[in-house]
Structures are given as structure tokens and as C-alpha cells.
Design a binder for this molecule. Structure first.
Ligand code: ARG
Length: 459
């Protein structure tokens, strides 16, 4: 059978494989609500502009409402022969209301229609993600508030560097997620223009009112160039880039949870709710959720690279390649949402092991910088000399296989004769973190203040 929508020009139906490669209904049915919203705005505008009669518009609008209800109650039969969500909805509308349905597509094309639907869908999802991102920030800030003074090793090169607090470490992620939210907000502001009314590519001769439909759909304005309107997909790319960056942040945190929960680190514990056992090794408790958050980053980044590759060679305006913008995007948005929720669960669930964190914080001569700073402050040594002197003291302690504070005053003075017993006050890890009161530094007072400020902001 030749196609209902363009059967005029065709005498034969499509080959089965064409239908298989061409149909997008299996995945674009996901934005049925946005499709119907777009059509409602369009039909109201057509009537208002005198392009179709008020009577037809009313029938179409009511019919669209009925189609929506059918879909939402699971009664709608989606058809692959009808390619996509646009044709599925329109065809059912025709069954319900008869020939008036044929007027809905006046001054519109599926090209501006799909661009509109997808913008609406991405915008709605970005708004949902913002809430989920804020939820994770809140979980992190709460844990940071509880652990403002819990000492742990800070690392560079994954080697013990200087003591920090666990709260400070968690707040670093709150900052990252704050920027992630900012990137989504920026992308949202730029995507919020309406392609509807660009028609196939060149605009239309009908006296449409694109400002009216833009406003009805919550867009800031209509897109200024009809070719751009139907062929732009940078709004998706930007959102995918924001997803990829955010997934990368989650992956780093996930990697840390994986490390921290090993018996070797033993920094935090996850409850049975967030670990799985091994079918062969009875002792194991595996942080699968963290590993999967780390692993799923691959598909989110993949969606960005995939779509960049689809778009890069496309001449203006619409090409069917663009239909490939959807599955990867849906998957990336879903995946990021799932990872954020899993991470929120893990952060709320995890319990830090303050003792083993503190012991590790003191290992590896992590307070050597505090000693060097003391030499600069109290003995007025130039920092470079203090660095050298401290290095020799660390070497001495290492030779004895002892921590810095276990050296005697005489031993310290054998390297720097002017050292006094006051130096011992800065060698402990708690003293070290307490002293780091510079703006953005790890002192418990700073961390407490910042955790509280975030909690207040997050509500
Ligand atoms: N399903 C199509 C897509 O997702 C809708 C647009 C079809 N336009 C066309 N000229 N065939 O891109």
C-alpha cells in the first residue's frame, strides 16, 4: 500500500528494510506529549490568524486531547508504517475527527515540528536534571557538614600530600556540581527559541504568527532564520556536553568511593543496600553501584561524540541523518539521571571511618609542609631553605621508620639547631588542618561555614 501522507507521488509501499531503517516511532514516541503540545499551539495560531476556521481548530484541538489521553492510558497503537510520532498522532487524529485533521499540518513541516518537539523535550529534561543535581549537592553538603573536622589525607598524584578534612573533599564535588548546573542553565537559555513555523526550510507564505506559538510553548522568541531553525542541533550538543562533563565528575567521585571502600584504604563503609556480594568469595562486598556510575560515563561521552559525528558533514538544511540525534541523547539523559540518583543514595549511605582516615592522614609525612611553614614563620627562614631542611628531617624520620612527631627535639635540632619544642604543635594532622584558614582552605571552621552556606542555598 502506498503511504497515506505522501501517496500522491508514490505507487508502491516501502521495502521492509526501508521501513526498518527509516522508522523512528520506537524511540520518538517518547516525546508524544511535546508533539501534541506543539500541535495545540500551532492549531490555535492557525485559527487566530484566520488560516483555518475556528470550527476546524476546535475539532482538531479536542481530537489532539483525545489522542493524548489514548497514549497516556496505553490504548494507542503505534505503527511503524507511520514512521514517527508526528505521523502516528496525525493519522489517529484523522481517524477520530475526519478530514479536518488534514488542516493541522498547514504552514508546518515535520522538520520544524521535530525540532520544536525535541527542544521542548530536552528543555523539560534539563529542568528535571537540575532538581536531581541539587539533590546530590544537598546530600554531599549534609555529609560535609557532619564531617567538617574529620581529617583525611589529601592527595596529589594519589600520594599523601597534606591533611584535609572529609567535609572539604566532599564540598569540592558540591562546587563541581554547581558548575554543572550552570552549564545546563546556560544551554537551556540558548535553546529556548522556537523553530516552529520555519516549515520545511524556507518559511511559509501563510500569514502565521511565530511569536504567538513561541510564547505559547514557553520559548523566549522564534528562531530568526528558518534554515537554521530546522537544521540546528547545537542545542542538543551543548546539553550532551554538559551531561558528559557532569558524568565525568560523577565518575571521579565513583572512583574515589571504589578506592575508599577497599580494605586497603578502609576510609568509608557502604551498607548492604549499596554493595553486592560475590558468588564465590564469601568475604566480598563490592561497590557495584559506584563502578557502574564510573562505567556508564562511557555511553554519555559516546552520545556526545556520536552526535558531533552525525552533524559534522551535513549541508543545510534538514537531512534524515538528524533522526539519529535522538536515541543517544535519550540514553545520555536517562543515564545521567540514574547515575545522579545512585550517587545521591551512596553519599547518604556511606559512613566514614574517622580513625583509619586520620591514621592515613598522618602517614607519608603529610605534615612536612606545616613544618616547613613553621620554620619560615618562626625562624624567618626563606621558604626554599625551609623546604630543604624539612626534606632532611623527613629523611631522618624515614631512616628510623618513624613519623615526624616521634623525632626528639635533639634529633630535629641536629638538622636545624634553632628549632624549639613549640614545633611539635604543628606536626599533628588536626593542627595542620586547623591552621589552613585561608579563603577556600580546609580548616574545619571554613568547611563548616561553606557547608552551611550551601545547605541554606539549596534549601
Ligand atoms: N522522524 C524525523 C526525525 O526525527 C522527523 C522529520 C522528518 N522529516 C523529513 N523531511 N522526512 O528527524
Amino acid at each position: 500500500m502506498s503511504n497515506k501522507m505522501w501517496g500522491g507521488r508514490f505507487s508502491e509501499g516501502p521495502d521492509a528494510v526501508l521501513e526498518a531503517i527509516n522508522a523512528s516511532i520506537d524511540f520518538d514516541k517518547r516525546f508524544y506529549a511535546q508533539d501534541i503540545r506543539g500541535s495545540q499551539a500551532h492549531v490555535a495560531m492557525l485559527a487566530q490568524s484566520g488560516i483555518i476556521s475556528k470550527v476546524d481548530a476546535k475539532a482538531i484541538s479536542k481530537g489532539l486531547g483525545d489522542v493524548l489521553k489514548e497514549i497516556e492510558s496505553g490504548k494507542f497503537t503505534f505503527s511503524r508504517a507511520l514512521e514517527d510520532i508526528h505521523l502516528n498522532v496525525e493519522s489517529r487524529l484523522a481517524e477520530l475527527i475526519g478530514p479536518a485533521a488534514g488542516r493541522l499540518h498547514t504552514a508546518r513541516s515535520r522538520n520544524d515540528q521535530v525540532a520544536t518537539d525535541f527542544r521542548l523535550y530536552v528543555r523539560d529534561t534539563v529542568d528535571e536534571l537540575d532538581t536531581v543535581l541539587a539533590g546530590l549537592q544537598r546530600a554531599l553538603a549534609l555529609k560535609a557538614d557532619e564531617n567538617a573536622a574529620t581529617v583525611m589525607p589529601g592527595f596529589t598524584h594519589l600520594q599523601s600530600a597534606q591533611p584535609v578534612t572529609f567535609g572539604h573533599h566532599l564540598l569540592a564535588y558540591v562546587e563541581m556540581l554547581g558548575r554543572d548546573r550552570g552549564r545546563f542553565r546556560d544551554a537551556r537559555a540558548r535553546l529556548n527559541e522556537s523553530p516552529l513555523g520555519a516549515a520545511a526550510l524556507a518559511g511559509t507564505g501563510f500569514p502565521i504568527d511565530r511569536h504567538m506559538t513561541a510564547k505559547a510553548l514557553g520559548f523566549d522568541r522564534p528562531m530568526a532564520n528558518s534554515l537554521d531553525a530546522v537544521s540546528a542541533r547545537d542545542f542538543v550538543l551543548e546539553v550532551l556536553a554538559a551531561c558528559a562533563i557532569s558524568a565525568t565528575h560523577l565518575s571521579r567521585l565513583a572512583e574515589e568511593i571504589v578506592l575508599w571502600t577497599t580494605p586497603q584504604f578502609n576510609f568509608v563503609k557502604l551498607s548492604d543496600r549499596f554493595t553486592t556480594g560475590s558468588s564465590i568469595m564469601p568475604q566480598k562486598k563490592n561497590p557495584d553501584a559506584a563502578e557502574l556510575v564510573r562505567g556508564k560515563t562511557g555511553r554519555v561521552v559516546g552520545a556526545l561524540i556520536g552526535l558531533l559525528t552525525v552533524i559534522k558533514g551535513l549541508p543545510l538544511a534538514y537531512s534524515k541523518d538528524m533522526q539519529e540525534d535522538k536515541e543517544g541523547t535519550f540514553d545520555a539523559l536517562d543515564t545521567l539521571g540514574l547515575c545522579l540518583t545512585a550517587m545521591t543514595g551512596m553519599i547518604s549511605d556511606l559512613v566514614p571511618n574517622a580513625e583509619s582516615m586520620k591514621a592515613a592522614a598522618g602517614a607519608g609525612y603529610a605534615t612536612a609542609t606545616d613544618l616547613a611553614d613553621w620554620l619560615v614563620r618562626e625562624l624567618k627562614m626563606p621558604f626554599r631553605e625551609a623546604h630543604h631542611v624539612t626534606g632532611r628531617i623527613v629523611a631522618l624520620a624515614a631512616k628510623k621508620d618513624a613519623p615526624l612527631e616521634a623525632l626528639s627535639l635533639a634529633e630535629l635540632q641536629s638538622v636545624a639547631p634553632k628549632i624549639t619544642k613549640e614545633v611539635f604543635a604543628v606536626l599533628g594532622v588536626e593542627k595542620s588542618v586547623k591552621s589552613r584558614t585561608s579563603y577556600g582552605g580546609t580548616s574545619p571552621a571554613n568547611v563548616k561555614r561553606q557547608a552551611r552556606a550551601w545547605l541554606k542555598k539549596l534549601g
